[in-house]
Design a protein around this ligand. Structure first.
Ligand code: ASP
Ligand code: MG
Length: 450
């Protein structure tokens, strides 16, 4: 379909019947939105994840399930309890309860993914009914038939080619006549088992579907009116960015701006789909366009902050004139799937930062890795740090960038400074307790003076 728009609505956008109705309004007003990808209602996935933990007691389990039921039933009630919707919802809730009670759950990554998938399944079921009650020809479509992945449960990787083939076969022919309401976050492997793409993965799902269907635009509807120069909770001076390039937005997502799942832009870049981010509460306020080519490329675009960073300093007297030290360090980290963010080196030491699993689905540092590293170097681990990233353009080629940033921060202790690898960022670590102030000062120096 020409001019196809794939729209994704996040957990807060579909949290209640009223919220869903606002989203339905957006869809009714834009006839090119033919595929809608929904998240679970806000708070549902957190509860589902909790259900998969080894230490949940029977009481807590019952409590969690009853809270989930309450969230879903509040919406079904507002819909007037249509019989077949109640039936379908009860089926999902019964399945969910059965898996939650299964003895195998704790040891099975597959069952954990299955349990997490019910949030999106219930959400799309109810959202499709909201659309139908608005006289839109909408179907609740099981995306697991289309979004094919490997079996890396918890963080499955999509199979782009199979996803494209399935989308062309099952969705494309019906697009003119039907609005597809479908689930973000979930997919299925070769065996047909349910998989998930990792927390926050609905954005990524929507981007993959947009790519598979050669959509013109991907709309991400959330609870903020687009991307801001920094998190508005950090400084009131934060202001919306009307247009930003894929490169800059990818840096922002990577460095902690929690607007988009970091992988979302990969399919968008591959297929050149323009991405719009806006608030489903205030669709008329506008939002941010993320595009391949933007007219304005300012040196400073935004400041991102990521908390809970670990700084590891590895010191080896043998590094002096020796080769292979870094290779050895990185081999160990790679073996344990620990991904590194910033790196600086001196003659006999290397410092690197590691993200916390609370921020994303990365693997955290653990004692086994530290012991392995300690076999050939001195290891120092520091916690309580935050990573600040200034995102912009040509940062490596403009004079005065370093001077400007460091002058603005002269009263703060910066633990590590990294610049040069990318034209789009300038990063450093600071003490967690200073992070808010650091962002505020920087924002003032970089944006308020303009
Ligand atoms: N429901 C999933 C989560 O909370 C996926 C998403 O909302 O993007 O992580
Ligand atoms: Mg999200």
């Amino acid at each position: 379909m020409k001019n196809l728009i794939v729209a994704k609505f996040g957990g807060t956008s579909v949290a209640t019947f009223e919220a869903m109705s606002r989203c339905a309004e957006i869809i009714s007003n834009e006839p090119n939105i033919r595929v809608v990808c929904v998240s679970a209602q806000s708070g549902v996935t957190n509860r589902l994840v909790r259900l998969t933990k080894a230490d949940v007691t029977l009481d807590e389990r019952a409590q969690l399930i009853s809270e989930i039921k309450e969230i879903e039933y509040a919406i079904v009630d507002a819909l007037g309890r249509p019989e077949w919707v109640c039936l379908a919802l009860n089926n999902l809730l019964n399945e969910l309860t059965a898996v939650a009670n299964s003895e195998n759950l704790v040891g099975s990554m597959q069952l954990k993914d299955q349990i997490q998938s019910y949030g999106e399944q219930m959400s799309s079921l109810l959202f499709a009914e909201v659309m139908r009650q608005k006289s839109v020809h909408a179907v609740n479509f099981d995306i697991r038939q289309v979004l094919k992945t490997d079996d890396n449960y918890g963080k499955a990787q999509p199979n782009i080619e199979q996803t494209r083939l399935q989308a062309e076969k099952l969705i494309a022919p019906e697009l003119e006549a039907t609005v597809f309401i479908t689930q973000g976050f979930i997919g299925s492997d070769d065996q047909g088992q349910t998989t998930t793409l990792g927390r926050g993965g609905s954005d990524y799902s929507a981007a993959l579907i947009a790519e598979a269907l050669h959509a013109q635009t991907l709309q991400i509807w959330t609870d903020v009116t687009g991307i801001y120069t920094t998190d508005p909770r950090l400084t009131q001076a934060a202001r919306p960015i009307p247009e930003i390039s894929f490169d800059e937005a990818a840096e922002m997502a990577t460095f902690g701006a929690k607007i988009l799942h970091p992988a979302t832009l990969i399919p968008a870049v591959r297929s050149g789909v323009g991405v719009f981010v806006g608030s489903s509460r205030e669709p008329d306020v506008g939002g941010t366009w993320i595009l391949n080519k933007v007219e304005n490329k300012p040196p400073y675009r935004a400041i991102a902050l990521r908390q809970d960073q670990t700084l590891v300093t590895l010191k080896s007297p043998n590094m002096l004139l020796a080769s292979g030290f870094l290779a050895k360090v990185f081999a160990i980290l790679a073996e344990y799937k620990i991904s590194i963010d910033l790196v600086t080196t001196s003659e006999i030491s290397v410092a690197l930062t590691i993200d916390s699993p609370t921020n994303s689905t990365v693997t955290g540092l653990n004692q086994v890795v530290l012991d392995k590293l300690a076999e050939f170097c001195e290891v120092k681990v520091e916690e309580g740090l935050s990573l600040v990233a200034v995102i912009g353009n040509h940062l490596q080629a403009n004079s005065g960038v370093g001077g400007k940033l460091l002058t603005a921060l002269e009263n703060f202790n910066l633990r590590m400074i990294c610049q040069g690898a990318s034209a789009h960022n300038f990063c450093f670590l600071t003490r967690a307790q200073d992070a808010g102030k650091v962002v505020e000062h920087l924002h003032e120096a970089l944006f308020d003076a303009i």
